[in-house]
Design a protein. Structure first.
Length: 350
């Protein structure tokens, strides 16, 4: 076993403390990664606080991982020591079902193995990236382009692929009119991606507080949805709208923004069931869809695309002792736009 320093929480709303974590030995197809940075995703907070139920403690969260290869197994062919790599939301799947064979491991028929708060194929709980090292099968490791600093790459492993996948799935490209609802940790990457794909990209946020950032990162327009007149002036204006916010939208208003054949894609999961009037869908032949992250081939495609177009997450770097404060700030919406943990501080006194 490989002993590493980590930070764990031992119960809902309990503070993070130093934790001695053991990783499995490197197997034939495994990659040992020295983690440099681990992003803080809002879903980390939900798991840590047991908001969704099912959290097993002690919990080491973290599924936005960037670092360098420290060792490889005897059968590894895709990576070598020193390579810059990343790990996202999953670390295994059945690998045999139709979805896995097609590269859609996120939709594995048997369920993928989550990087943190999951159960591996041996029945053991998984622990994530708030730790110095991790061992992952090479199939679930991706290469980080040289042009993306590791601290800016870490959030792409979740936030980046979560936006890239629906943009690709619904054919976003030159001439497409795209709306991104919510300009935060997800939305600020979505604006960059959609713009780089050639779409006319509009940011839709509650206020205009981040308008300057939105325009700088590629939005052609930026509107405050707290102004009801926006829904009239932008009616029938979009081909694709992606909602990144985990709240219940007024579906009639947002569907009214879609032109003929338009789709509203939900990647933020509201707590309550959706309320939808049928005529909001019938008019203009609109639809609502949802999606998760992407599979491993698509995740690598996303990183390569980001490297080619200079796309990266905008981050604030925090020490391991600042995780609890970072959580409080995320909940308060006080971050531009993603916290990442400097994992070199894991060994510091808690």
């Amino acid at each position: 076993m490989i002993a590493v320093n980590a930070r764990a929480t031992f119960g809902p709303h309990e503070p993070f403390t130093a934790f001695d974590l053991e990783r499995r030995d490197v197997g034939p197809t495994d990659v040992l990664i020295d983690i440099a940075f681990a992003g803080i995703c809002h879903s980390d907070i939900h798991h840590a606080h047991n908001d969704w139920g099912g959290t097993r403690y002690p919990l080491v969260p973290g599924h936005e991982i960037a670092g360098t290869v420290a060792a490889v197994g005897s059968d590894v062919t895709r990576f070598a020591v020193g390579d810059r790599v990343g790990v996202g939301c999953m670390v295994d799947s059945c690998r045999e079902c139709d979805n896995c064979r097609a590269g859609f491991e996120q939709f594995c028929r048997q369920g993928d193995v989550k990087t943190a708060n999951g159960t591996d194929r041996q029945g053991k709980p998984t622990q994530g990236g708030y730790s110095e090292r991790i061992v992952v099968d090479e199939r679930f490791v991706v290469r980080v382009p040289d042009g993306i600093p590791l601290e800016n790459a870490a959030p792409l492993m979740c936030a980046g692929i979560t936006l890239f996948s629906p943009l690709r799935q619904w054919g976003v490209g030159p001439g497409t009119r795209v709306g991104i609802v919510g300009f935060g940790g997800l939305g600020h990457i979505g604006v960059q991606l959609a713009s780089a794909m050639g779409a006319h990209t509009t940011a839709l946020d509650l206020s205009l507080d981040k308008r300057e950032d939105g325009l700088r990162l590629g939005a052609a327009e930026y509107f405050a949805t707290s102004d009801d007149t926006v829904f009239t002036s932008l009616a029938d204006s979009f081909d694709v709208i992606i909602s990144t916010v985990p709240v219940n939208l007024d579906m009639g208003k947002y569907l009214g923004l879609l032109d003929t054949g338009g789709v509203l894609v939900l990647i933020g999961a509201p707590e309550r069931p959706l309320e939808i009037g049928a005529f909001s869908l019938l008019r203009n032949r609109r639809s609502i869809a949802g999606t998760l992250i992407g599979g491993m081939p698509e995740t690598q495609e996303m990183l390569d695309f980001c490297g080619e177009h200079g796309i990266r997450a905008e981050v604030e770097i925090v020490d391991a002792d600042e995780i609890d404060e970072a959580y409080r700030r995320v909940i308060a919406g006080d971050v531009r736009y993603r916290f990442v943990i400097d994992v070199s501080t894991m060994a510091a006194a808690a």
